[in-house]
Design a protein around this ligand. Structure first.
Ligand code: HEC
Ligand code: HEC
Length: 334
């Protein structure tokens, strides 16, 4: 039986405390949840009828102003800083509205600069070859998510199913042309801010609700500014990841030596952990994303063409190993 199911059953029988103490409990924080998935997922709440808000927003340093609807327009999201990236191909800037269902602009979720957000993925610092392979794997149903409450993975797969070879090629060329740059500050701490969750992302509470709570065996990754993230989708505003005290050093040992249980990650991902060819970069990437991928591979939900190289690695990792590896990798300069 899968560990995910076992742990879900365990939590149903025992207290939350027992769950937190289990090294192999599913790292549900990586999907942006605090409780295990219920057996029957609740029906999604109907979307509130939004009245268009005409307020124009600005970001310091950008000559543009946009309404919230423009900022998150699925077929042409705001591009605050066109000077930060090469000219976007049509599929990245606008997607393809005429597809059925429509392909949303890649820039909506991954940002025009490809730096992405914890609930999706950074697509900078990756090779053309790797990106093309992942789009094919999504298309072929080989990249699914373990916690199906996370619905944007299925959206991503849906886009890949609709994309033409030319669209994949132009998006892959575009993102592969952009080097990764620092985006996440990693802080070792025994505590994390108290948070609320929206759209699979943790936001620090503010005002009278602000405070800290024990971090425990989790990584809490949160936007530096909720306003920049939620309202403005500011592509220059990054993230803080709170990781357990001591996890970076422990992670470094595991990544560089394999900890006596797996092949050292550096053997394939490179001494600088920046990948090459079909092997992706890991340095400076979202720790929530990294843990989701490791766990998805372990559970057989991500099983692409190059997956067999990772299979013996993930088979021998506990979720605690995944956490420490991600803490270290996220702390590296990309
Ligand atoms: C609705 C949001 C959304 C849009 C729009 C979107 N993606 Fe994604 N993408 C995701 C998510 C979510 C993931 C990670 C899935 C996970 O963690 O399970 C992802 C992952 C990826 C990855 C894998 C990165 C890696 O390191 O393996 C690539 C490549 C990618 N997307 C390319 C694209 C391209 C090209 C487009 C435009 C056609 C696009 N995406 C549009 C949400 C999106
Ligand atoms: C034998 C070679 C090999 C070793 C050793 C290896 N990897 Fe990988 N890794 C790969 C390949 C190849 C892929 C791409 C898999 C795919 O395309 O599905 C990958 C993918 C990944 C991904 C997904 C990244 C993304 O962008 O989605 C993560 C995370 C990862 N590896 C972490 C690790 C860690 C941590 C270790 C060490 C504990 C490790 N790998 C050891 C070859 C390796």
């Amino acid at each position: 039986m899968h560990k995910f199911i076992v742990a879900t059953l365990l939590t149903a029988c025992f207290s939350a405390g027992a769950f937190a103490a289990d090294d192999n409990a599913p790292p549900i924080w990586a999907w942006g949840f605090t409780t295990p998935a219920p057996a029957t997922p609740p029906a999604p709440a109907p979307a509130a009828a939004a009245s268009p808000d005409p307020t124009l927003h600005k970001i310091s340093g950008s000559k543009f102003s946009f309404t919230r609807a423009q900022v998150s327009n699925r077929q042409e999201p705001a591009d605050w800083f066109p000077e930060d990236h090469p000219a976007m191909p049509e599929i990245v800037a606008k997607g393809r509205a005429s597809a059925n269902p429509p392909i949303n602009a890649c820039a909506l979720c991954h940002m025009p600069n490809g730096k992405g957000r914890p609930e999706n993925a950074a697509v900078t610092g990756l090779t053309y070859e790797y990106i093309m392979q992942q789009l094919a794997d999504f298309r072929d149903g080989k990249r699914r998510t373990t916690d199906t409450r996370k619905t944007n993975t299925a959206l991503m797969a849906g886009f890949a199913k609709q994309m033409t070879h030319e669209e994949m090629d132009s998006a892959a060329r575009y993102f592969a042309s952009m080097p990764a740059t620092p985006w996440i500050k990693v802080i070792e701490s025994n505590t994390a801010p108290k948070t609320r969750i929206a759209g699979g992302v943790f936001f620090a509470l503010t005002g009278k609700d602000a405070g800290t709570e024990p971090l425990g065996n989790r990584i809490i990754e949160t936007p530096i500014s909720a306003e920049d993230f939620e309202v403005l989708r500011n592509p220059r505003s990054g993230f803080i990841a709170y990781v357990p005290v001591g996890s970076i050093k422990k992670g470094e040992t595991l990544v560089k030596t394999g900890g006596g249980k797996v092949t050292a990650c550096t053997v394939c991902h490179g001494l600088d952990l920046k990948g090459a060819g079909p092997v992706p970069t890991l340095a400076g990437r979202s720790p929530s994303y990294l843990v989701r991928q490791l766990y998805d591979m372990q559970q057989g939900n991500r099983s692409g063409t190059w997956g067999p190289l990772m299979a013996p690695v993930v088979a021998n990792l506990t979720t605690d190993d995944m956490l420490i590896a991600a803490a270290y990798l996220a702390s590296l300069t990309p």
